[in-house]
Design a protein around this ligand. Structure first.
Ligand SMILES: Cc1ncc(COP(=O)(O)O)c(C=O)c1O
Length: 423
């Protein structure tokens, strides 16, 4: 319930549109019911958070003979050595990219969430449209709603791959309705997606660019690579929009984060924007938000990237997440969720299992199934939150990020016991 407003306060349109984030509600439910196992929050693993590594990094910073500038304000665009290092890492992943060019176009943000907000804030007005993947990152979708922006899904086939024929038809429909010029951007999560765990292939990314171009829609593209480094065994092979030829004419914003692969509490994200005017606008807006991401956190990130601690940590957590994923996956399988008509693919990275329930089973936040899960002591993210439009009601996102393996097995057992009651 919205709190009553003091008579003297009149909120702006944005203030009025801002709805409480669903994730806060799910987290509150977990707190209200002791013993509830949460498969909802996209938190990272607590037991492997790099405490000792950060202590060493702080000591290394404090031992520097120079002035402790890392405890002073930094620059709006981000700490130069960190920008250089992140640009070099990306160029090492995609050798056709030039590290010096990337560095000039790279900004450091307060988590990649801020990069997403800056991108949308500088492109979209209320009533505009953003094309989004299907399913998509639900916090991004909530952000669009908060900005008064409409999300329109990129159609997919039964296997979840971008369906170019259906996209053609959808874009033609938007043009006929006079809405094509309201399309301001396209957004997708391309590596071990939240929530689907899928990675886009180069062919899919290319066909998407070609289809948009055929419709004259050379609009800005935002590629969210938050989970690119969080593969279990092998990285996803596809290059990003920064190096795929089909995207060359498009304004491109590629973003990623150091929170998921290292420490989410540091909230350091980053993005590379190919279009000068757009980058400048985002930097100006960032100047209004905070005039620079926490310099200390950036200095820590730079330190751990420089001395190899970051890479050692991410190598360690890849196998931890792989084991946790398998604990949950096999618990669901072993308890007979498939036999109850549920379907999901085993992920190769990321933090999520994306489950399709039998058609007709409503898994929404207010559904009988969701209530039964909470009563059984387990909570999940209802999948309908993850669709920009035309949301099916029978999907569920399960996160294996935060719980330990034993708890994951117990949460899986509770989930399947409930699912069987509804089969
Ligand atoms: C797909 C995706 N993008 C961006 C973010 C934002 O993460 P952060 O702000 O911690 O970098 C998240 C966080 O869950 C995410 O799942």
């Amino acid at each position: 319930m919205k709190p009553a407003l003091a008579a003297s306060i009149a909120l702006s349109q944005l203030g009025r549109r801002a709805a409480p984030p669903t994730i806060a509600r799910l987290m509150a439910m977990a707190l209200e019911q002791p013993g509830l196992l949460s498969l909802a929050a996209g938190f990272t693993d607590n037991t492997t958070l790099p405490v000792a590594e950060l202590r060493t990094a702080i000591e290394a910073l404090a031992a520097r003979p120079s002035e402790p500038e890392f405890l002073q304000y930094g620059t709006n665009q981000g700490r130069p050595p960190l920008r250089r290092r992140l640009a070099a890492r990306l160029a090492a992943m995609e050798p056709s990219l030039d590290a010096a060019g990337l560095e000039r176009h790279l900004l450091i943000t307060n988590g990649s969430q801020q990069a997403l907000y800056l991108a949308m804030q500088t492109l979209c007005d209320p009533g505009d449209i953003v094309l989004v993947d299907r399913p998509s990152y639900f916090v991004f979708l909530e952000m669009l709603a908060g900005l008064g922006v409409r999300a329109v899904s990129l159609p997919v086939d039964d296997g979840g791959r971008i369906d170019a024929t259906a996209l053609d038809a959808r874009l033609a429909e938007l043009a006929r309705a006079g809405e094509a010029e309201r399309i301001k951007a396209v957004y997708f999560i391309s590596y071990f997606s939240n929530p689907s765990a899928r990675s886009l292939t180069e062919a899919e990314k290319t066909v998407l660019a070609e289809t948009l171009a055929r419709h004259g829609l050379i609009v800005p593209v935002v590629e969210d690579a938050a989970y690119r480094e969080l593969y279990f065994e092998r990285p996803a092979v596809a290059s990003s929009v920064l190096s795929l030829p089909a995207w060359r004419e498009f304004p491109r914003f590629y973003l990623s984060t150091l929170t998921k692969p290292f420490a989410s509490g540091l909230k350091v994200g980053w993005g590379v924007c190919t279009e000068g005017a757009w980058l400048d606008a985002m930097l100006h807006a960032k100047g209004h938000h905070d005039f620079g991401t926490a310099n200390f956190n950036q200095a820590l990130c730079d330190q751990v990237l420089a001395d190899g601690t970051f890479d050692a940590h991410v190598r360690k957590i890849r196998s931890v997440y792989a084991r946790k994923m398998r604990a949950l996956h096999t618990a669901l399988e072993g308890a007979g969720l498939n036999a109850a008509g549920w379907r999901w693919a085993e992920p190769a990275g990321g933090l999520y299992l994306w489950l399709q329930a039998p058609r007709g089973l409503d898994t929404g936040l207010e559904s009988a199934f969701c209530r039964a899960c909470v009563e059984a002591g387990v909570i999940y993210v209802p999948g309908d939150l993850c669709f920009g439009d035309d949301a099916p009601r029978n999907f569920v996102r399960l996160s294996f990020g935060v719980l330990g393996e034993t708890e994951l097995r117990e949460a899986g057992r509770r989930f399947v016991t409930t699912a069987k009651r509804f089969a």
